[in-house]
Design a protein around this ligand. Structure first.
Ligand code: ARG
Length: 267
């Protein structure tokens, strides 16, 4: 990490209030996980994959078998199979993922990550594999029809997420909007349902998932300037990026990625 990173990080925090990847001061691991040279066969290797399993249909807990399931999970298994590697998936809070990569405690993170320029200071990203829209999740009878209706209201978003950044951007153009950060996306949905906050900012597929489960919730689309691509994140300089990029491109061109998107998003 460069000497000036904490300063950049701090000033960004002041502006945007939340950011995954800032402020990691935890102990460095004694050994670095899987330092690979550029190659395509990783037989015998085991990658530590971290995620935040609170983001259906990308990654969430499967109550039926105590496993983590989702589009990202199928994708990373497919990638591992292509590379003949094994993976171990660990669940942790979203806001801790980039700090963990930054201190090389994992080989990669798949968690519906948007590859932002600020995060690129701390981590590397794969080619993108999905493009998501963002929405407001509100109560059906809230009367909220667009971001202009959020003046003097409380809005929730996941701590360290790009949705929290969007809330911050909206607060510059909407009077007295208060952003409340939550550790888990499900908490944002619960808080909307209970009426404690007026709206949640969520990725559309996650919002649809929560609005189906809950009654009385509805979705207000945000315009396309709030749409965001999705990538896998790696520790800076990771030699896994090139082979994984190649596999994603292969899965895209042979139609398997498309099939996976159909399975999880029906699109
Ligand atoms: N795309 C958003 C971001 O990169 C949200 C990702 C949330 N992912 C999760 N597993 N909770 O910040």
């Amino acid at each position: 990490m460069s000497k000036f990173f904490p300063k950049i990080c701090l000033s960004f925090l002041l502006v945007a209030s939340t950011l995954a990847g800032c402020g990691d001061s935890g102990p460095k691991p004694s050994s670095k996980p899987n330092e690979q040279t550029a190659r395509t066969n990783f037989k015998g290797s085991k990658f530590t994959v971290i995620t935040s399993a609170d983001n259906p249909p990308f990654e969430s807990h499967d109550s039926a078998n105590n496993q983590i399931k989702g589009f990202d999970i199928d994708l990373i298994h497919m990638i591992a199979k292509e590379l003949e590697a094994e993976i171990e998936i660990k669940d942790q809070d979203f806001s801790t993922l980039i700090p963990s990569l930054d201190s090389k405690k994992a080989d990669l993170s798949i968690a519906g990550f948007t590859p932002t320029e600020t995060r690129k200071i701390a981590v590397d990203f794969s080619v993108t594999y999905f493009k998501g829209d963002n929405v407001l999740l509100v109560l059906e009878d809230s009367g909220i029809q667009s971001i202009e209706y959020l003046a003097e209201k409380k809005v929730g978003a996941q701590l360290g997420s790009t949705q929290a950044e969007i809330a911050s951007q909206i607060s510059h153009v909407v009077k007295d909007l208060q952003t409340i950060p939550y550790n888990k996306i499900s908490e944002v949905a619960e808080e909307v349902k209970s009426g404690r906050i007026a709206a949640g900012i969520l990725e559309k597929t996650a919002a649809e998932n929560f609005s189906h489960i809950g009654t009385h919730l509805t979705i207000i689309p945000l315009d396309s300037r709030f749409s965001q691509p999705t990538s896998i994140a790696f520790p800076k300089g990771s030699t896994l990026k090139a082979p994984i990029d190649a596999v994603i491109q292969k899965l895209e061109s042979d139609g398997r990625l498309e099939q996976l998107r159909k399975k999880w998003f029906g699109q």
